[in-house]
Design a protein around this ligand. Sequence first.
Ligand code: ES4
Ligand code: ZN
Length: 327
Amino acid sequence: SDLEKFITALPKAELHLHLEGSLEPELMMELATKNNIELPYQTIDEIRKAYDFSNLQDFLDIYYQGMNVLQGEEDFYALTMAYLEKVSGEGVVHAEVFYDPQGHTSRGVPFAEVTNGILRALDDGREKYGVSSELIMSFLRHLSEEEAFATLREAEPWFDGRIIGVGLDSSELGHPPSKFQRVFAAAREMDLLLVAHAGEEGPAAYVREAVELLKVDRLDHGNRTLEDTALTETLAQSGMTFTVCPLSNLKLCGVPDMKEHPLRRMMDAGLKVTVNSDDPAYFGGYMTANFLSVAQPLDLSKEDIAQLCRNSIAGSFLTEEEKSVHI
Ligand code: ES4
Ligand code: ZN
């Protein structure tokens, strides 16, 4: 369509993408066979049918199951290259991607194999597809503070610019940002950039904690921020960037219908909003699909869409000089 071509042509950055969530059923089956991993599915169709979620935890159970097929460095390389190839055709010029090392080290896959496989693909993808990128390591918030600290220590050799920041993901309810205040303070002391998922399922109070206690540089999701008017005003004033993921919110029943999605109200409140794909292999689409999913239901103009794309470049961790190439 005309709108699809318009969206694809706009230079944009993806700022909220879990690499393990870009594992397509085809690659999952291929790696399961190669690595002799039992899957509870026999066909691609069966896999896709299992992707019917009522909430975040429903999804996470399937997501951790799926990532078991990732075993060696080559698997993480293939996963990452497939993602970069896909989005390079959608106008993504820069991607700041998450991975969940604890989802792999807990299964006996060494941190170095995971990380180096991803980094080698990010380097090759820059050459092959012209997509620049950065890597952010996320802590699983359902695990302990101690386990997060152990992961932070294990990652230290890569804090020379290869891992640029840390994030916080997985089961939100019952695991407030405050649980990781000391871990994030330590990461800040190491000059790492800080992001955290907050206000996806959790209340606005969790968004406030991510900002005030963790001191995040960027906020992932943040859908429920609007429930706190004072906080919304503060974050509009401070220019905080929000990485919103429309198809994710729909698939995990955070919104009943795209017409009810808060993205437009967040923009109208003066928040710097971006559109992202989160876990595209599980939620039904990559960047263009996410833009298209809200364009008509929220009556977004072409100018609104262009603004969302400019926000993604501006809200990235690129230098001002690097941003100026894309804006
Ligand atoms: C995630 Cl959508 C979402 N929320 C929280 N944690 C996650 N990890 C991967 N996708
Ligand atoms: Zn996410």
